[in-house]
Design a protein around this ligand. Sequence first.
Ligand SMILES: [Zn+2]
Length: 348
Amino acid sequence: MLHDLPRPSWPAADGPVDVHTHAIAPRLPDLAADHLGRWPSVERVAEDRARIMLDGRLYREVDDRCWSAQRRLRDMDAEGVAAQVVSPIPVTLCHGEPADGAAVLARAQNRFLAELVAEAPDRLAALGAVPLQDPQRAAAELAYCMDELGFLGVEIGTRVGDVELSDPRLDVFFDEAADRGALVLVHPVDLTLDPRLATLGIGFGVGMPVETAVAAASLLSGRTRRPGVHLCLAHGGGALPAVLPRLDRGELLAGRAGAAGHRMPGERARELWVDSLTYDVDSLRLAVERFGRGHVLLGTDYPFAAREFPPGAVLDDLDEELRTAISRDNLDAVVAGQRLSTTRSATG
Ligand SMILES: [Zn+2]
């Protein structure tokens, strides 16, 4: 019974916490049998290796770092990481597929993540999956993740099919996330990128950071607000830090500045969080400048080839106070806020 699993006891160990790591079960439900759509599956090829398949083709080879808590803990010990927050591999989010199948997949992943975290509840925490194409169900799954499984929040993609994150149809989900102080990791999905980028071989280098910037810009310049939600953009906010001044200028040119209640995107960006996964200290410093010293969290993309190694290497040249804030204190503050909102709702 999942309810009998040890609850995450956020985290007992002192030291850096990596908020951007991924996990996948060594087996996913066979959705193709009952649901139309394009669904990932996992083929186990050895005790410690598996292949993520999509449409019968290899999407990515993975190993037991994706599903073995013991393997992760060994790496964390060797690399000086006190705790990890694990989230689904973005290809499994499936926001553009039929909602029924996505709901089944999300629940299966959340149960797996709960079992993974239960093996080391003082050193692992999770962000769950939600079927965001059905916002009501996504809100309910978010509540399940946080109330029943003790997750810190969820991971979502940068778009839901053709629907932007700023679309009012998603309000019910984001309102739930705001009420709970949920941490919502916004992560680009390579499958949703313009095929041109794959042809050029720059999907990773340009496509994903631009995709993140577009999603965030839709939130910052649109009429829809997402206050109260701890939205954390992956990869240092992608291209957003570089383009924020231009986004502000665009608001002026479009005549939107000066309207009642209007705030410039650059100012509203300080309501977002980002991870530190920039591979470059100057880019990280720009992210700190744009989002604030309290709004950058250590993230590495463990266990994939893109991961920063050693974890937090980009923080080395920062002053100690900022390094400690990014590697640990800023996330502790988010979690403390969640406990406050839980207390508030419990006391009415
Ligand atoms: Zn990632």
